[in-house]
Design a binder for this molecule. Structure first.
Ligand SMILES: [Zn+2]
Length: 312
């Protein structure tokens, strides 16, 4: 197995109130102060300082309200991916509502920048064996790769696929390249270490050791961060204690940790990694068609995206 020399840096581009449980709901969003622009600009400056490019999985609702920010990210040489329109867990969707949401989120970003949007990440990485049907919908929507699978433990996802690193997924609508969340451990006992609350919680040495292990095994670390994670001053939502800890632990040290990580290791965008490392993913094929056939959407609680005219 050849060593992997490059890792993937990803940002879930959303505001401080786009969380998946408790906190604020959609009807509150328009009334809240936005902090995503200032936080993302800080992140862009950090990436420039470290000569690094990332993929920004962007929430459509936010892109509609902050089009200039999205264009600025793209102009700085970063890749745009979709993080859905409504930032809703996959299990709350039907096939139809997910298809409408993905189509809207993707087209919006493509219209804003004129560049194709190839990649998708589900909110909460919420693709599991039970929601494997979504892999068909993602492929049908025209995405070429997905970054929604977390092998082993995950709060909203967790899908015990045979490959902890990048691989192909066969669906009924064609194939996707999957870029799973980086995890350490064995089998089901794998936990993420390179993103979100885990990245904020673990000491730098643990994260860096994880990256080295992945690279030795011919895998990239897939690091993910949110703009709010470098913003210690963000308002605190009234959350139950465990959630509160998860959302707010380590906010003061994350920017420093990220800078150290970006200086010590090489990171590229998702599309760059896929194009340059075919030998590390093309031979790994996971046929998901049986899981797709035996999974079914539950009753929909997700909203369809609004037509463009409804938004000022
Ligand atoms: Zn998100």
């Amino acid at each position: 197995m050849p060593r992997c020399e490059h890792n993937i840096l990803s940002v879930d581009l959303e505001d401080w109130f786009h969380i998946l449980k408790d906190g604020y709901t959609r009807k509150d969003w328009d009334g809240l102060d936005t902090r995503v622009e200032a936080n993302t600009d800080r992140m862009l400056a950090l990436f420039e300082e470290c000569s690094t490019h990332a993929i920004f999985f962007t929430v459509g609702w936010m892109a509609e309200r902050q089009p200039e920010l999205v264009r600025r990210v793209s102009r700085a040489g970063h890749e745009l991916g979709s993080h859905s329109y409504w930032h809703e867990l996959v299990r709350h969707h039907t096939r139809q509502s997910l298809a409408a949401d993905l189509e809207r989120g993707k087209k919006l970003l493509e219209d804003l920048t004129g560049a194709p949007v190839r990649g998708f990440r589900a909110p909460g990485g919420s693709i599991t064996r039970e929601t494997a049907w979504a892999l068909d919908v993602i492929t049908e929507a025209g995405f070429e790769f997905d970054a929604s699978v977390s092998p082993g433990y995950s709060s909203y996802g967790g899908y015990d696929t045979p490959f902890p690193g990048p691989h192909r997924i066969r669906t009924n609508a064609g194939e996707l390249v999957e870029l799973p969340t980086s995890t350490l451990g064995v089998g089901r006992w794998r936990i993420p270490y390179a993103g979100g609350g885990y990245l904020r919680l673990f000491p730098y040495a643990v994260v860096a050791a994880g990256v080295r292990v992945e690279n030795r095994r011919g895998r990239p670390a897939v690091v993910y961060v949110h703009p709010r994670e470098i913003d210690p001053e963000q308002p605190r939502m009234p959350l139950p204690p465990l959630h509160r800890f998860r959302y707010y632990v380590g906010l003061r040290s994350t920017e420093r940790k990220l800078r150290r990580l970006l200086r010590a290791h090489r990171f590229v965008t998702a599309s760059e990694w896929i194009a340059a490392h075919r030998e590390l993913w093309a031979a790994n094929l996971f046929d998901a068609r049986e899981h797709v056939a035996t999974s079914a959407p539950a009753a929909a609680t997700a909203l369809a995206p609004p037509p463009p005219s409804e938004i000022a």
